[in-house]
Design a protein around this ligand. Sequence first.
Ligand SMILES: [Zn+2]
Length: 377
Amino acid sequence: MEFKTLFQILKKHLADGYDVPHFFRDLMAMLTEVTEEEWGTSKDPSQAGRDKSLRSYAKRGLPKKLAQTIVYRLTPENVVDSINSHGETQRRLLAEDLEGYDPDINADNVAEKVAAWLVEIVQVSAGLVPQDELTKQKQQQLDAQLKSKYGDYLLAEEENHCAFPGCGRELVLTKDGRISYAYEVSLIDKVAPAVPDNLLAMCPQCHATYLLDSNKKLCKELQETKKVLATHRQNVHMLDDLPLEKGIVSVITRIAKLNEKDLADASLDPKEIKQKLDPTKDTAIYYAVNNYVGVYFVRIREIMMNLDKRSVIDYEEIQDQMHALYRRLKKAKKTRLEIFNEITNKVHRVSLQDEIYCQIVVAYFVQSCEVFDAITE
Ligand SMILES: [Zn+2]
């Protein structure tokens, strides 16, 4: 199906009398989350200039650059919703005009079919070659196999979000108490074997487009993403058998309640942090820890001592546990940033409290020497 044909038919039935540029913009707003500032390719930035470009796209098809800008950020589900919001009669008339392109089209499925055509048009315009029917069927079999074999593992690794750069859509949806899965498993390097290290779960949209894309740079980028995810998972596993007192929750809920007034007269100048973190090498985490310690240390120590006295926590035990977490990661030669992040994550997993408070707790233990040794090199 050519863009100009589909555009004309859609405009006839869905444009509510608006002109070509107006309907073109409406259609793009349905089809992609990318804004006109990004997809617009007109050299003349005036309204008239841009309108003229849109008229020309409607007649000649989508320019490659425009298609490439939106091809990984399509929202066909919005096209479906939008068409289905029209009445049955209107959808039937639209379907009738499209019967020549698909004899099975009707008022009930016209929305899905139009969305699929639009996706394919954008893919082709972006220079991607769609698969023929036979390849498509084979692909669907392979997808189903990969999904049943590795799906659960990959969903856990990606914490249920599409790992494609710039996407991040949820892969497991809940609605009215029901759970539905919206993902496929993609090979990162398409000529390499289907082993977990070469697989990513993606939303159906990213999966379908990446399948047709042989861009080497993109493949490299996905390999990097995979490495980060896999390393994080290994780190989580590494700390799994080390306990952390659940009393830490009481500490964090008290930290969360501290306000500016509570903290104002309790500041500390944390000179020693420089002995554990090198501001020239671990800049971001140095400043974060330095700040948290400066503001929170004194009050957290009071909270801990207080809870220890009342036997809500065993302070010494927590100190030992923090130190054990640190030693395990250090032994595995993790960087200081990784160590800080992974201990923070562990505190978060045990407490389910906001990540920022977990960071503050870990910063406290940096100052009190359970996390990080003095730099010797
Ligand atoms: Zn995605």
